[in-house]
Design a protein around this ligand. Structure first.
Ligand code: B16
Ligand code: MG
Length: 222
């Protein structure tokens, strides 16, 4: 039977809800460019890198722009986003997260972050969670975006744990696919219809227990 030795967490949508700040900043950019960007459009950006998100936004607005202009627009959006996240406090940690991280640490299970964001350090610092992680891998360390497994494989490597002993916690379909591609187990946080490839789906980390972590679900074929 497989014993889980490490847990890897996505950031946006799992630890904190920064999607709302991404949305405010992208909508502000769209407005400046002369079109509307709805919350429905924003759903398409979850878990996607900053430049890929900009491509989707420009597609929504029907705009084709030069690469150097795109880089400046992404920078502008990021500056606004950084202003929003600078005001984040520990109150914004999603329900059950801190308790679950502490439960894992108390049971000697290693913890890593595996996020596409290049702003993860500021976010974790502002909400007071940096010291809860044994390794932090984010958009600054990777060249391939989810569903590529790079971010999670690097996390497992930094922790010194084999992929088959790891569980990934993710809110995005691309993130669950990245976990599968890494040969890891996965827990979806959110809608079971969207996250149907995960081993199990819960509505928040408040529902997670050690029993669920080591349950039969993870031991299929092990
Ligand atoms: P940044 P995750 C992702 O974080 C977000 O879900 C996605 O919306 C964002 O575009 C991406 O990070 C890049 O973020 O602009 O801060 O580098 O879900 O992988 O933790
Ligand atoms: Mg996410």
């Amino acid at each position: 039977m497989t014993k889980i030795k490490a847990c890897l967490f996505d950031l946006d949508g799992v630890i904190v809800d920064t999607a709302k700040y991404h949305y405010l900043a992208w909508r502000r950019l769209a407005k400046e460019l002369g079109f509307d960007f709805t919350e429905e459009h924003n759903e398409r950006l979850k878990g996607i890198s900053r430049m890929d998100s900009l491509e989707i936004l420009l597609e929504v607005g029907g705009l084709t722009l030069d690469e150097n202009v795109k880089v400046k627009l992404a920078e502008k959006k990021n500056n606004w986003y950084c202003e929003y996240i600078a005001k984040m406090t520990p109150d914004e940690i999603l329900p059950g997260t801190k308790e679950f991280l502490e439960l894992l640490r108390g049971n000697k299970i290693k913890i890593a972050l595996g996020s596409a964001s290049k702003n993860s350090m500021s976010i974790l610092t502002n909400v007071g969670l940096v010291n809860h992680f044994d390794a932090i891998v984010d958009g600054n360390n990777i060249t391939h975006a989810k569903p590529d497994p790079q971010v999670f494989l690097l996390g497992a490597k930094e922790l010194g744990v084999a992929p088959e002993e790891c569980v990934v916690f993710e809110d995005a379909r691309a993130g669950i696919e990245a976990a599968i591609n890494a040969g890891m187990y996965s827990v979806g946080i959110g809608d079971p219809k969207i996250l149907n490839k995960a081993n199990i789906v819960v509505s928040s980390l408040k529902e997670m227990t050690l029993e669920k972590l080591n349950s039969q679900i993870y031991c299929k074929g092990a």
